[in-house]
Design a protein around this ligand. Structure first.
Ligand code: AMP
Ligand code: GLY
Length: 423
């Protein structure tokens, strides 16, 4: 089979790495890819946003299956575009991906189908949004309706901050059209975890839980990032909690799809808050998480091609997902300064020793190849994943590997998975 992966991050490297292990796969192409992906696949320099060129390439190369990484490609309707051209592609259509690309759409879906989530109001007029904030206890959370590069969620401590935020987002257009409408919701407390469910329209199967670390610095300090590290399993998702998640979230979700006539085929990744009174959905993502994928796929035993095809064909009920019982920890190495300004083009050293390492996989994110060297080219540069008999062993092995890899001004958190060890 010929496969096309769309994207260029650590998640896409993990997808390509797992697909490479399938005996069914002959060729993997990645658009546009990175230096790590280039070693296991053919990178093609078509930007993610150029759907017409991607379709043309897939038709010309007779690609059998395309897998989409990033949310904005899904929101822009890449799946619809491929399907209209008779191409097989994994991911939800533009309409179904609104569960991620419109927080108002997602909130109304959850409210309609009794899926537990924070109480909220949805607003398209700033005066009404402000009035609501004046009447509601703080802190509260203001969310731009559309995709805003992970920056569209603001936790507001008081009415003055809410007023400023609403003005900036709704009137001044800080996030462009994405912020013309907002969701304003109650601030939830608890611990967060990432659930990955593969959904074929009528059936679903769960991956083990994972936990991300969104803040830039240790002890959850500093600005939010795309994610600085992950671990799986998530001790927070006990078997009892998982049962509640199935009953209170996944089953109403599947019934909701049927009731609303939404055909969802792809990966559903609800961000969960495990609150004292049970699990609640913070948001829906309609794609694999990054860096969650870097700990989930190394634990998956099934052939990923089988899984992706069963999702497209609606036959997931015939498969059983199997996972390595060992734990996985991924530590992200980022460019100093990320998520704000950072330098690029720094040479990365120490990578070769992990080429055939057992239980350590270095996933590339913001890297590019030049004259046989790997250079940094983004905020998140590498995701160093290790497997171990438990989270402690996996974490120790991941940090040992991180210590061997160098580039100027590298930044990583020193406390990935510490929470799991403390609990
Ligand atoms: P979202 O993109 O909606 O997942 O929000 C990004 C991050 O903001 C989440 O991972 C949480 O850390 C935080 N967050 C979002 N909604 C809430 C909420 N209702 N209460 C507390 N924190 C929240
Ligand atoms: N790691 C969070 C995300 O992929 O959205």
């Amino acid at each position: 089979m010929k496969i096309l992966v769309i994207g260029s991050g650590g998640r896409e490297h993990a997808l390509a790495w797992k697909l490479r292990q399938s005996p069914r796969v002959t060729d993997i192409f990645c658009a546009p890819g990175n230096a790590g992906i280039a070693r296991i696949a053919s990178n093609i320099s078509i930007p993610i946003g150029d759907q017409a060129a991607l379709v043309k390439f897939a038709l010309k190369e007779k690609i059998d299956l395309t897998v989409v990484g990033p949310d904005d490609a899904l929101a822009a309707g890449i799946v619809d575009h491929f399907q209209q051209n008779g191409l097989r592609i994994f991911g939800p259509t533009r309409g179904a991906a609104r569960l991620e690309s419109s927080k108002i759409f997602a909130k109304e879906f959850m409210q309609r189908h009794g899926i537990p989530t924070a109480c909220s109001g949805q607003f398209s007029q700033s005066e009404e949004a402000l009035l609501f904030c004046q009447k509601t206890p703080h802190p509260l959370v203001i969310k731009a309706d559309g995709l805003a590069l992970g920056k569209g969620v603001i936790i507001s401590e008081n009415v003055e901050m809410s007023a400023r935020t609403i003005h900036r987002v709704m009137d001044e257009g800080q996030f462009g059209d994405a912020g013309r409408r907002v969701v304003i919701e109650e601030f939830l407390t608890g611990q967060e975890c990432s659930l990955h469910a593969i959904v074929d329209g009528t059936h679903y199967a769960l991956f083990p839980g994972a936990q991300d670390h969104k803040r830039a610095f240790d002890n959850d300090q500093g600005p939010n990032t795309g994610g600085m590290g992950t671990y799986s399993p998530a001790p927070l998702l006990t078997p009892e909690m998982l049962e509640r998640v199935r009953r209170e979230i996944m089953e109403p979700f599947m019934r909701g799809l049927a009731a609303d006539g939404i055909e969802f085929r792809g990966l559903l990744f609800p961000g969960l808050m495990i609150a004292s009174n049970g699990p609640k959905v913070l948001e829906f993502n309609c794609r694999f998480g990054d860096p969650e994928t870097q700990v989930l796929l190394p634990r998956l035993k099934n052939d990923l091609v089988d899984l992706l095809e069963a999702t497209i064909d609606g036959t997931l009920d015939r498969l059983t997902l199997e996972f390595d019982p060992r734990a996985a920890v991924c530590v992200v190495m980022a460019s100093g300064g990320y998520p704000d300004k950072y330098a690029s083009g720094k040479e990365i050293s120490g990578l070769e020793q992990f080429d055939n390492a057992k239980d350590v996989i270095v996933f590339h994110a913001g890297t590019r190849a030049e004259n046989g060297k790997a250079l940094t080219s983004g905020g998140r540069v590498l995701g160093v994943t290790a497997l171990g008999s438990d989270i402690r062993a996996a974490r120790d092995r991941a940090y040992e590997a991180v210590a061997q890899i160098h580039f100027d001004n590298a930044h990583f958190r020193g406390d990935i998975a510490a929470k799991a060890l403390a609990s």
